[in-house]
Every structure is written in structure tokens, then in C-alpha cells.
Unconditional design. Sequence first.
Length: 309
Amino acid sequence: MKQGFREQRPEESRIVCALCGETARKRFALEHTAVWKCNARECGLQFAHPQLGDVELRRAYERFYYPRSARAAAPLENTPDCVLRQVFAALEDRCGGLAGLRLLDYGCGAGSLLRVARQFGMSGAGIEPDQQARRTARNLAGAEVYASAEQLLSARASASFDLIILWTVIEHLRWPWQDLARLGAMLSEGGRLLVSTINTRCLRARAEGNRWQQYRNPTHFYYFDRQSLGRVLVRGGFPDFCEWRLPLRFPHHSAPRRWLHRASLSVGLADGLLYLCTRKAREECLAPNRLTLGRCTPELDEEGIGSVA
């Protein structure tokens, strides 16, 4: 062996970011995968590599979200209805009345969001790969729920929606920019896309590192901050997006916890990111070739509702 030559270990093989093609560096290993981060300063996407295969992924969903036993409780709970109602109420304040609008819940799970949307007068449809969750969502929300976007379009070739929501879903998708492009074709003129996801720059992620639950969830393939989420939205055909810093009151939060949530939200360190998007770029918002939020980032008013400057 020549002096200075070191045999490359398998884990040191060149890994590239699927979003931008730049090389990535390994941040840390987990039990089910490793977390990598893109080296490109303008990207910085964090992702799981390798991703779970389809069989392993299905088992993980059954274990963490949709137990097959009626007596088993899901370790990971869905967003409470009372929190979803706050989101829809704030949407009404920001965008106008929701009654009569057509909603697509992409990754609808057991249908909680669809059920709340119906309380606001919306007509909803859902997409959910898990068969048991689809059955529950149909019964719970009284909505049409399909296994995939292809199945929906096969049944309703001209399907068009005024609002498409990905509520803590985009981090679960293998190729999220491809899903977004497909959804963009189903959005009506003037329609909106609402995306919520985890925030790798939040206080909890910084404190817990590889112990952070969002990293350890085996169904998560991507871990976002503002910059990387912005790049994914642009790649998926949504260059016009605005961050919406919406304070949400969770039933299990104490008064100090609520104060901490509002404080961390105001400085961009809250657990989650919430974005409103449209397909057509506005000159005053975000040009397609820019990846900074700039003036799109809303400020909080006295009621805690974000508005675009």
C-alpha cells in the first residue's frame, strides 16, 4: 500500500444531495439510517440516507401511526382538532371565507384535518397511501380518499382544488419536489398551497441533536430549515411563498410553554415551519431565481397573526 493512501470505508462513499446535486457530509448516525447535510451554502438540505425500503416503511407506519390492533395506541399522535381549528380560523381571517372551497389534504392520515375543514364549510378530498387510514378517514370525514394522486386523477380527471394542504407531510415524501409539481397542476387559478413541517433550527433540535424525535422518526426522509424548504418549494414549481408565523395554542402547553412558543416563533426558533404558497410568482414576493424569503417573511401583529410586509 502506497504511503498516504487510506482505504475508503463504505460510509465515506460520496453522497450527493438529491435536490441540488452537491456533495453532502454525514452529521450523525441513527439506529435506522444516517443524517446527511448538503454542503452547498445556498441549499443545506438535511436528509436521511439510506431511506427505508417500502416494506420497512410500511411496518414503521403501522408501528408509529396506524397500529393494526384496535387496542394498541399510536406512539405518535396526530395534531389535535382544536389546533387545526385555529389554523382554519386564521386562514379565514387571512384569505377570506372558506365555505364552498375545494380542499385536498395530501397525506390525510385518519382524516382529522378533513373533518375540521368540513366544519368550516369546505368540500374535501384526501390522499393517503395507508389502507387502514384511508378507511378511517372516509368514515370519520365523509370524504373521498384515494391511495395516490394518480388514483385521484384517474377517478376525477379534471380535479381542481382551491386549497391543498401538506400538514407535517413533506418530510415523509421520497421526492417532495416531484409531489409538489404534481399538486401544482391540480391547484385552481388563485389557489393556495399550505405546507407545515419541522424546523431543524428550532430550540429543541439544537439542544437534543441526534436525540431529537424528528430525526429519530424512521418515516422522515428530510429535515428542513427555511432555506432548504424554500429551495424545495421553488424546485416543485412554487416560487411564490411566504412564511406564516402563526402562534398555535396546544392543549397540553402550560402558560410558560405558551410564552416560550410565542417567543421562539418571533425569532424563528419554533419547532415548526408554516408556509403559504401560490403557483405564480409576484414581483414583490420571491423571484423564481432567488432563494431568500426577504420581504415574504411576515411580521406578527397584536393577535399573533402573520401578515406579509
